[in-house]
Design a protein. Structure first.
Length: 232
């Protein structure tokens, strides 16, 4: 269905939200229908628009919403891949590619460029800017199947990044826990009373020979001296 330049947006139910969603951009109605049909055959959900401007509007990157990223804008549908024609009026596919790669929110989305002209400098320029692939029209089903491989690669990269971030967080938590346990051990040692062995080893501890109760001869000696003097 075509409405004011936005050609076809599939209705996506909550159950379908986990399916691959592709944003297709082409000013040619015929080419747009071809790529849309091939994507649907490959079990992809498709949003098809007829210009780079419409694509930016869908993503929230148009001029009227340049601050959308800082405002926390999130598109209504998660986009897994963008495939765009190169030669389009107002904004070329290369210019659309640059806009997407400049966005912190969407730069990780794979972008594939299509063109009916096999011009090497054009291809090289798009690949250097970050395009995943450059497809020469007419687009074939084998081309579309190859696109799903790019999306799988992206998911692996994102997943490994999340796992690495999670592992770093777990490591920090373990280190903090160990530090807390060490501090508790030090606190327990400093607050506990000295042990018997510690007292016995102290240089100020009295030896058995110097204890008043352990030397009865010392107490008895003055009495003996007193008796001897009385006898004399």
């Amino acid at each position: 269905m075509e409405t004011d330049g936005v050609v076809s947006i599939d209705h996506v139910s909550p159950e379908d939200s986990q399916e691959v969603h592709v944003l297709a951009v082409d000013d040619s109605l015929v080419d747009r229908k071809v790529i849309e049909r091939l994507l649907k055959i490959s079990a992809c959900k498709v949003t098809a628009v007829d210009s780079g401007i419409r694509a930016l509007q869908f993503l929230g990157l148009d001029e009227q919403r340049r601050t959308s990223e800082s405002d926390g804008f999130v598109p209504s549908l998660k986009v897994d891949l963008i495939i765009t024609d190169y030669c389009m009026p107002e904004m070329t596919g290369y210019e659309l590619l640059k806009k997407i790669k400049e966005s912190s929110m969407f730069r990780e989305i794979p972008v594939v460029i299509m063109s009916s002209e096999n011009i090497l400098p054009r291809i090289d320029r798009c690949l250097e800017e970050g395009a995943e692939d450059f497809i020469v029209k007419p687009v074939k089903l084998s081309d579309v199947k190859r696109l799903k491989g790019y999306m799988a690669t992206r998911e692996v990269k994102v997943g490994s990044h999340d796992r690495r971030s999670g592992a770093e967080g777990v490591g920090i938590e373990i280190n903090n826990k160990r530090k807390l346990e060490e501090e508790e051990e030090i606190s327990d040692v400093s607050s506990s009373p000295p042990s018997i062995s510690t007292l016995s080893s102290s240089p100020f501890a009295s030896s058995p020979s110097s204890s008043p109760t352990s030397s009865p001869s010392v107490l008895a000696s003055p009495i003996r001296r007193l008796k001897m003097s009385n006898t004399d």
